[in-house]
Structures are given as structure tokens and as C-alpha cells.
Write a protein that binds this ligand. Structure first.
Ligand code: UD1
Ligand code: PEP
Length: 470
């Protein structure tokens, strides 16, 4: 299993480019299934494991896809199946987003119960409530959900009990081809919802009010494939902003949209981080000691839950005590135990974590428990004393394009264990061999094993291991 190795203490500086947003591209790729004709050409598609997963789902349904240079071309004229296979859906919760488009296009959809990060129970009742209101019959099978409709879905008024991002997106897509008008009340307002609405409208849909709490969708007869460029990833951008702040760095985050990051920027500025909008992004500078702040996660435009663990990492090294409250997911503090291995002082009580800041973090062997937890551990390791080894990297690969390469280009001492340069690997192997041989044969070492540490240090012979080619 691959790991990320970080040797902390390097100040980050330079420019990092933000990739297309994972949480925008996944619903948009699902929406390409709505196009009965024409090719969808989606630009700035990030090279992520989640994107590869949805690509597999779309292919299994009959989509014809190609992916090169961050552009995906999809033709969904001839769908061959209404079933999203378990092997892909279990890997990624967002696979459930194909239910709305399939129901609208084929009148039938069967999807395995979704998987994803272990951050809470994450029910899908609001998605199903929306489909039922539009006339679908929902059948719960053994590990799957089936939705069927006789003829077309019918426009309806749907009030969401929680402003769910996924439910808003799934209902918007289903409603785009329904008979009549659908109104979603208490809709999610995230920038990714607006991006999906823009894409649907370009396809020929009539979606109004995206980005507000009430979205109206007038159903149309058919939709066609079009070109669209995905918005930049605000969570990836926010993660690099935190990494810059944690290392006292000076980093330009190219492509970041400050409006999308308003709640994160406001907290960073309150702490004393310099954040300025530039022509092409956001510049973050941090030179002085940072102050603690309290943070409460909320649906957009509140502080994003997807930035909570990274923010907690920054609070661990800022002066004072902070209270972090997680209101979106009921189990999103699993990173705390890992942070504690790095000498962080945090107490959790239900959905609240009390962070005692001002700590010098120490490098440790830790494990990413979910996607953002993994990114937060990387941020913590960047300013920790010594070396950290972060396992569970498959979570990070779901949502960050080349995180080690991007951070290394900013000056971090970071690599994946399989990325270790070949000469370094060979050198390390030689050193290991020399040490093992000496352990066995050198009488002074053998004798020293049983001696007091102080005496041992004095008497050990100095080993000057050199690779044979040096
Ligand atoms: C692919 C994607 O875009 N993922 C994002 C999306 O996930 P996702 O769309 O799954 O998140 P939701 O907005 O649906 O979930 C928010 C809350 O609503 C609850 N809920 C949701 C649906 C439902 O039918 N019933 C219900 O009770 C969830 O358990 C959770 O407590 O928004 C989350 C909240 O900003 C982000 O953390 C995820 O990164
Ligand atoms: C929780 C996340 O994603 P998902 O909803 O795909 O699990 C995330 O992006 O932090």
C-alpha cells in the first residue's frame, strides 16, 4: 500500500494551479447521460480516482467516453443498461447521482447502496422523496434501490428537510426532462449546484434560481451534449491555502475563486493570515504567529465541512484555544486520533472539538481515515518536526490531483513511497545492508548492545557507509 512521506519544516512558496472541482465534475458527468444526441465535451476534468469511477459507471450504462488532457468526451445516445454496478458504486457515493438522469431518460434505474468516506450514515431519503414526489415508485431490494416510472416524471413541489447537495443535484437532473415545472425548496446553494445548472441550461434545460434556496426547473422534451468547463476546486484551493499558512509561506493559488472561498478566507484573515485576491487567483502569506478562532461547519455559504479537518490542523499550531463544531456530518472527527499521534492537544465531545493550540507538532506514522482527513494530515506533517508517514492514501487520491507533486513544487519535502528516486532507494538499501552486516559481525557493536546508552555512544565505532559507486 502506498504512503506519503513528509519531512516537515519547509516553508512553501511559489504558485500552485487548482484543478477542476471533484464535486462539480461528478454531477456534471452524471448529467451527460441526459443528452439523447450530440457529444458532451467537458474541460478541466481532474485526473482523480473518483472521476475514473464515474467513468466506469457511465461506460457500464452505455456511454462512450474518451479522456485526454483533462478533457472528457461523452456520447450517451444509446444507453444499454439502467443498472449502476455494485463494484463501482461501492467505491464512491456520488455514483448515486446517475439515478436522476437514468430515471428521466429511461424511466427506470437500479443502483447499489452507495459507498464513500466513513464520515457519517449519509442517508439518501431526500433524493428518494424527490423522485417519489415526481411520480416514481421506489423499491428497496437486497443492497440496491430501484426507481421506476410509467411514462415521464411529473414536475412537483419538493421541500428538502435538509439542504442536501446530492439530493438537489439528483432532483434537478431528473426534473430537467419531466413534464411540467419542479420547484426545490430549501435547495443546497453550493457553487457546484450553480455549475451543474449552467451545464444543464447549456444542454437546453430551463433551470432558474440555482445558488439560492429555491430552484425552479421547467421540464423540456430533450437535451443535447455541449461543451462545458468545470469550476476550480474550492476545497483543493482551500487546502493549499491552509498548507501555505501552516508553513509561514507565500503561495499564489492560481485559479482559486475568492467568492467560493469567502467563509475560509474570512476565518484565515481573522487568524492573521494575509489573503489577497489577485488577477488569476488568491495569494496567501503568513509570517507572524496566528490567533485561534472558533469554526462551525454549515451548508454553503457557511464554513465547508470539507475544510474542517484542514482548518483543525492549522488551529493546532495557532496561539490559543479554538472550538470546532461539525454540524453537517455526525462522525467527521476521526482525524483527531491521528492528529494526537503528532502531539496535538484536542478533546472531542460529541460534535464539538476543543483544540488547544500553540503546539509544536512531531512527525509520526498516521493513517488517513477519509479524503479530507488525509489532506489535513499532510498539512500537519508539513510543519511537524521530523518525518511523517501517512497511510490510507487511496482516500486522498479520490480528491486531490498529484498532491505530492504540487506541494513538492512549492518547496515541500514530500513524496509517495513509490516516488522515491531510484538512486535514493538503492542508497537506502546499501545502508540497510551495511548496518545489518555490522550488527552481526562488528564485536564493538555486539558488546555495546548490553551497555548503558551513554557508554554505548562513546564506544561505538563511527560507521562511514558509502555506496560502492560514490
Ligand atoms: C460529491 C459531493 O458533492 N460530495 C459533497 C456533498 O456530499 P453529499 O451530497 O452526499 O452531502 P449532502 O449535502 O447530501 O449531505 C449533507 C447532510 O444531509 C444529510 N442527508 C443527505 C441526503 C439525504 O437524502 N438525507 C440526509 O439526511 C447527510 O447525512 C448530511 O448530514 O456535500 C457534502 C456537504 O457539503 C460534502 O461534504 C461532500 O464533499
Ligand atoms: C466527503 C467528500 O466527498 P464524497 O461526498 O464524495 O464522499 C469530500 O469531498 O470531502
Amino acid at each position: 500500500m502506498s504512503k506519503i512521506i513528509v519531512r516537515g519544516g519547509k516553508r512553501l512558496s511559489g504558485t500552485v494551479r487548482v484543478s477542476g472541482a471533484k464535486n462539480a465534475v461528478l454531477p456534471i458527468l452524471a448529467a451527460t447521460l441526459l443528452a439523447k444526441d450530440g457529444e458532451s465535451v467537458i474541460h478541466d476534468v481532474p485526473n482523480l480516482d473518483d472521476v475514473m469511477t464515474i467513468q466506469q459507471v457511465l461506460t457500464a450504462l452505455g456511454g462512450k467516453l474518451t479522456y485526454a488532457n483533462e478533457t472528457m468526451r461523452i456520447s450517451a445516445e444509446h444507453l444499454v443498461s439502467f443498472e449502476a454496478p455494485y463494484e463501482w458504486v461501492r467505491k464512491m457515493r456520488a455514483s448515486f447521482l446517475v439515478m436522476g438522469p437514468l430515471l428521466a431518460r429511461l424511466g427506470c434505474a437500479r443502483i447499489s447502496l452507495p459507498g464513500g468516506c466513513a464520515i457519517g450514515t449519509r442517508p439518501i431519503d431526500q433524493h428518494l422523496k424527490g423522485f417519489e414526489a415526481m411520480g416514481a415508485e421506489i423499491v428497496l431490494g437486497q443492497g440496491f434501490i430501484e426507481a421506476r416510472t410509467d411514462g415521464k416524471l411529473k414536475g412537483a413541489k419538493i421541500y428538502l428537510d435538509v439542504a442536501s447537495v446530492g439530493a438537489t443535484e439528483n432532483i434537478m437532473m431528473a426534473a430537467a426532462l419531466a413534464d411540467g415545472t419542479t420547484t426545490i425548496e430549501n435547495a443546497a446553494k453550493e457553487p457546484e449546484i450553480v455549475d451543474l445548472a449552467n451545464y444543464l441550461n447549456a444542454m437546453g434545460a430551463i433551470v432558474r434560481g440555482a445558488g439560492t434556496g429555491i430552484i425552479r426547473i421547467e421540464g423540456v422534451e430533450s437535451l443535447s451534449g455541449v461543451a462545458h468547463t468545470v469550476i476550480p476546486d474550492r476545497v483543493e484551493a482551500g487546502t493549499y491555502m491552509i498548507a501555505a499558512a501552516m508553513t509561514g509561506g507565500d503561495v499564489h493559488i492560481e485559479g482559486a475563486i475568492s467568492d467560493h472561498l469567502a467563509p475560509v478566507i474570512s476565518k484565515l484573515q481573522e487568524m492573521g493570515v494575509g489573503v489577497t485576491e489577485t488577477d488569476g487567483g488568491i495569494r496567501v502569506t503568513a509570517s507572524k504567529k496566528l490567533k485561534s478562532v472558533d469554526v462551525k461547519t454549515l451548508p454553503y455559504p457557511g464554513f465547508p465541512t470539507d475544510m474542517q479537518s484542514q482548518m483543525m490542523a492549522l488551529l493546532m499550531v495557532s496561539e490559543g484555544t479554538s472550538i470546532v463544531t461539525e454540524t453537517v456530518f455526525e462522525n467527521r472527527f476521526m482525524h483527531v486520533e491521528e492528529f494526537q499521534k503528532m502531539n496535538a492537544h484536542i478533546k472531542v465531545d460529541g460534535r464539538t472539538a476543543i483544540v488547544s493550540g500553540g503546539t509544536q507538532l512531531t512527525g509520526a506514522k498516521v493513517t488517513a481515515t477519509d479524503l479530507r482527513a488525509g489532506a489535513a494530515l499532510v498539512c500537519a506533517a508539513l510543519c511537524a518536526d521530523g518525518e511523517s508517514e501517512i497511510a490510507g492514501i487511496h482516500h486522498v487520491d479520490r480528491g486531490y490531483v498529484n498532491i505530492t507533486g504540487k506541494l513538492a513544487a512549492l518547496g515541500a519535502d514530500i513524496f509517495r513511497d513509490e516516488e522515491m528516486p531510484a538512486e535514493s532507494k538503492a542508497y537506502a538499501k546499501v545502508l540497510e545492508g551495511v548496518a545489518a552486516a555490522l550488527e552481526e559481525t562488528e564485536p564493538a557493536i555486539v558488546a555495546a548492545r548490553t551497555q548503558e546508552p551513554a557508554k554505548r555512544e562513546k564506544e561505538l565505532p563511527r560507521i562511514k557507509a558509502q555506496p560502492t559507486w560514490a
